[in-house]
Design a protein around this ligand. Structure first.
Ligand SMILES: Cc1cc2nc3c(=O)[nH]c(=O)nc-3n(C[C@H](O)[C@H](O)[C@H](O)COP(=O)(O)O)c2cc1C
Ligand SMILES: [Mn+2]
Length: 485
């Protein structure tokens, strides 16, 4: 089931006991961060979404941690468990010629789902119940000051809409926005990202202005889609429509030639001057460190449209695990079948919270020939935003990459540093504070697969210890006899 808008999702979470309303007055300066950080690091059902109804000095309720658990993330995307996402994508990518008539009809059904995925243009929209063009202002938004060292307040869960000035192709990205004043925002699209490329094209063409629309809220699938690293030119709204099972209703903006999800809560319309830069940050980031202040483009507000009583959605990032880890986990599950299509030896992958996405990617492979682990590393380093992966660890197919204890055991035992480490350099994540220099640094590939003669071992590779099935079965059967309970 896909939710039509943020309110439906909130209602679902509340009914499922996954949301708490906080009516006590709270400050948006640091206090909400501390509360949310504690709740998002709790285990199980104590980790809930939070709806702050009384943010001091603001009339809008503030929603946070709505995606912050596996159950909520799955619910947001209309599946029972995040692994179901892999199955859905794998089904879509299955290009084998269907055999039986039944298979053919089922395949037709998949393609029909895809045909329904296109955005639906609507003329009137909840996100335009109120239109403020005369004197637009950001002042009503309960934007958070997240951490003590932050340069200011930030909008942290936006969908940023741009078009390629040459092809008119749409991009949607989740890029944080620093609130400079009531009309200006810092636009933190990093150099490797979709809208940064649009911005570059606009600058190259000498365009004086590039139109931008920022949507806050909307259906949860669309919100998530802004964070998905789709290939350039692939429309996040078509992707969202496919995930939802129905096209996202979109409405034309009032003052810019862009469309936004009709069900959004708040929309900020405006523009970026391709030649303008302003210092953005520092910002307490998802690495657990402050990202440094750097020059970024500037968004100028020219209109606000919104619902009559909007909910303001936001998140905080900081030392993991936090809400963004689950947004990333959904991406990991969705992209696994795509990676497997290109690299069929890949079995599973894990980007653990401790690795904050780019720092550590663990991949299991079915190895057939020497050097195959290296082949997979190099392929991943050439694949979209995987180019930013700093450490790639390859293990054999039978290793459970989701089990970090097993991974540590295998990786330390199966690796000879002289033979199994690959040290290269390449593009580094914008936020990698340890890189050689900004956006460029070293990368480590670790081949932790078991080695064979073909890998050039200098001593026989031992067998792994496993008990015989007969004894295991016998002990299981007799367990009660031993009095061990
Ligand atoms: C909570 C959150 C905040 C993010 N903030 C930024 C950001 O400030 N700048 C950025 O370039 N990417 C940020 N990202 C990552 C992008 O959303 C992600 O790379 C996405 O692929 C961008 O869309 P694009 O591929 O169309 O550029 C953030 C992701 C999340 C989940
Ligand atoms: Mn994109």
């Amino acid at each position: 089931m896909a939710f039509a808008d943020l309110r439906e999702f909130v209602a679902h979470l509340e009914k499922a006991g996954q949301l708490r309303r906080i009516s006590a007055p709270v400050s948006r300066d640091l206090e909400i961060t501390e509360i949310t950080d504690r709740v998002s690091k709790r285990a199980g059902d104590d980790n809930v979404a939070l709806l702050f109804e009384n943010v001091e000095g603001c009339s809008m309720p503030l929603l946070i941690n709505a995606f912050g658990s596996p159950a909520r993330m799955a619910a947001a995307l209309g599946v029972e468990a995040l692994d179901d996402l892999s199955a859905r994508v794998a089904k879509l990518l299955d290009l084998r010629m269907p055999g039986t008539l039944f298979d053919k009809l089922r395949r037709l059904g998949d393609l029909f789902d895809l045909a329904k995925a296109g955005p639906k243009r609507v003329r009137s929209a909840p996100c335009q119940e109120v239109v403020e063009t005369a004197n637009p202002s950001l002042a009503a938004l309960p934007a958070l000051r997240c951490w003590p060292g932050d340069a200011g307040r930030y909008i942290t869960l936006p969908m940023v809409f741009t078009r390629d000035p040459a092809t008119r192709a749409r991009n949607v990205g989740m890029y944080r926005l620093q609130v400079y004043d009531e009309r200006t925002l810092g636009m933190h699209w990093q150099i490797h990202k979709g809208s940064a490329e649009h911005h570059r094209v606009a600058a190259e063409r000498g365009n004086p202005r590039m139109e931008v629309a920022i949507a806050l809220g909307g259906d949860p699938v669309s919100i998530y889609a802004g964070s998905a690293p789709l290939p350039p030119g692939v429309d996040e709204m078509v992707f969202a429509g496919w995930l939802r099972g129905s096209g996202v209703p979109m409405v034309a903006c009032k003052t810019v030639d862009l469309e936004v999800p009709a069900e959004a809560e708040i929309v900020l319309e405006g523009w970026v001057d391709p030649a303008e830069r302003r210092l953005e940050g520092p910002f307490g980031d998802h690495t657990g460190y402050y990202s440094l202040a750097r020059d970024y483009p500037v968004f100028h507000l020219q209109a606000v449209t919104r619902r009559k009583s909007p909910i303001y959605p936001t998140t905080i990032v900081g030392r993991p695990p936090q809400e963004d880890y689950w947004l990333g986990k959904a991406t990991e599950r969705i992209f696994l079948p795509i990676i497997r299509l290109l690299l069929p030896e890949v079995i599973d992958m894990n980007m653990p919270a401790e690795g904050v996405f780019h720092n550590l990617v663990i991949v299991s492979i079915k190895k057939r020939y020497p050097g195959q682990a290296r082949k997979v590393m190099f392929a991943l380093w050439g694949l979209g935003l995987m180019m930013l992966a700093k450490n790639i660890l390859i293990v054999s197919e039978h290793v459970d990459v989701q089990n970090l204890s097993e991974v540590a055991w295998r990786a330390t035992g199966n690796v000879d540093p002289k033979r199994d480490l690959v040290l290269v350099e390449g593009p580094a994540d914008d936020l990698d504070h340890s890189a050689l220099r900004h956006r460029f640094g070293g990368k480590l590939g670790i081949d932790a697969t078991e080695k064979t003669e073909a890998d050039g071992i200098g001593q026989p590779w031992p067998e792994e210890i496993v008990m015989t099935p007969e004894i295991r079965e016998r002990v299981t059967r007799r367990w009660a006899d031993y009095g061990l309970s």
